[in-house]
Design a protein around this ligand. Structure first.
Ligand code: ADP
Ligand code: MG
Length: 341
């Protein structure tokens, strides 16, 4: 390494403030394929991902999640913006920034003629890991492929190939592990094995970034999340805070008789009739108190057998934000300020 490289390295680490990843003004426009117009996949992303977190990147199909991750991985070339990985600017210190991150891609991309052992060794070679420092057996054990170490990749099941992708992402001992839809379409056993490994790696200090379609999973796994849609970040916050800030709640009532169709409800309150005669009243906590709803029922002469409330979850947050984004950009910025306030 030449001395100016080293100086860069030292300077970058000094200016870093415990962010594993810092993204500023990131744009990506894919050139249009024959006759197609260019596709603006990322429209100015600013994002900081703290060291040591399990960070979820959520968003509907086509939101730009894989584009973002593939830029971090160095697989897609950004159009504009700055990406700093573990304190290393991707453009100034490409080698160090690449060495700091391991990516398990969304798509299976196995060479069918490699064995798991061969694939891990080749990957380690690509990252310049000296033979004496390779942890091939340890990784094979961790991903449960010791028995299949010498089998051709094409004979492995889809689940095994996914596990091998995880192993490949870990050969160079990265600080940051990125998983792109790791559990899409995989069986429960593989999912559990994956989360167990992810949790353990995180406890050992590894920063984890993942995308998932399963919001329950994100709610359970991620300390912080960013929701992206149409190439922009709609919101970024701790998972707990996002859910707590949701204004909508549901009051569940078991009445002694069905209420009339013209039941008078406080403004803004919705009623959904559920199985077994249960009534689900949706309301905004900033507008209505549960007592207003109970009073409306008493007014109609209805007695209440049982009461419960339903807390919003990440799915509600997600739907609220992405639907709003589909309706109008204006409305979204209002929601954003509401959630982040
Ligand atoms: P996600 O992972 O959130 O589903 P992607 O990053 O894969 O989203 O895609 C974002 C947008 O960019 C989509 O509209 C997709 O069709 C488009 N896109 C992705 N890859 C390419 C590519 N190589 N060439 C052209 N357009 C692409
Ligand atoms: Mg994707």
């Amino acid at each position: 390494m030449c001395s100016s490289d080293l100086a860069d390295k030292v300077r970058m680490r000094v200016t870093m403030t415990d962010q594993a990843i810092r993204i500023e003004g990131l744009h990506k426009t894919y050139a249009g394929r024959r006759g197609e117009t260019p596709k603006e996949a990322l429209k100015g992303i600013d994002l900081e991902i703290p060291e040591g977190s399990i960070f979820g990147l959520l968003g509907p199909n086509g939101a730009g999640k894989s584009t973002l991750i593939n830029i971090l991985a160095g697989l897609v070339v950004k159009t504009e913006g700055q990406v700093t990985i573990w304190g290393f600017d991707q453009d100034i210190n490409p080698r160090q920034s690449r060495a700091s991150i391991g990516v398990m891609p969304q798509e299976l991309n196995m060479d069918p003629f490699f064995t798991p052992r061969g694939a891990l060794e080749v990957q380690a070679g690509l990252y310049g890991v000296p033979r004496a420092e390779r942890r091939t057996d340890e990784i094979l054990d961790m991903i449960g492929l010791t028995d299949k170490a010498e089998a051709y990749a094409r004979t492995l099941s889809g689940g095994m190939q996914r596990r091998l992708l995880l192993g490949k992402a870990l050969v160079h001992g990265p600080r940051i592990l990125v998983l792109d839809e790791p559990t899409a379409g995989v069986d429960i056993e593989l999912r559990q094995m994956l989360w167990k490994n992810v949790r353990r790696l995180n406890e050992q200090g590894m920063t984890i970034i993942l995308t998932t379609h399963y919001l329950e999973e994100a709610e359970e796994m991620c300390d912080e999340i960013a929701i992206i849609d149409k190439g922009s970040v709609l919101v970024r916050d701790s998972t707990r805070h996002l859910i707590d800030q949701m204004d909508s709640k549901t009051l569940l009532i078991q009445p002694d008789m069905p209420p009339p169709d013209d039941l008078a409800l406080p403004p803004g309150v919705t009623l959904e009739r559920r199985a077994g005669g249960q009534l689900a009243f949706g309301y905004a906590t900033t507008r209505t108190s549960p007592d207003d709803i109970l009073a409306a029922l008493r007014e109609a002469g209805i007695r209440i057998r049982d009461v419960a409330t339903e807390q919003p979850n990440l799915e509600d947050v997600f739907l609220d934000l992405t639907r709003a984004n589909a309706r109008s950009e204006e409305h979204t910025s209002e929601l954003q300020s509401r959630i982040s306030s």
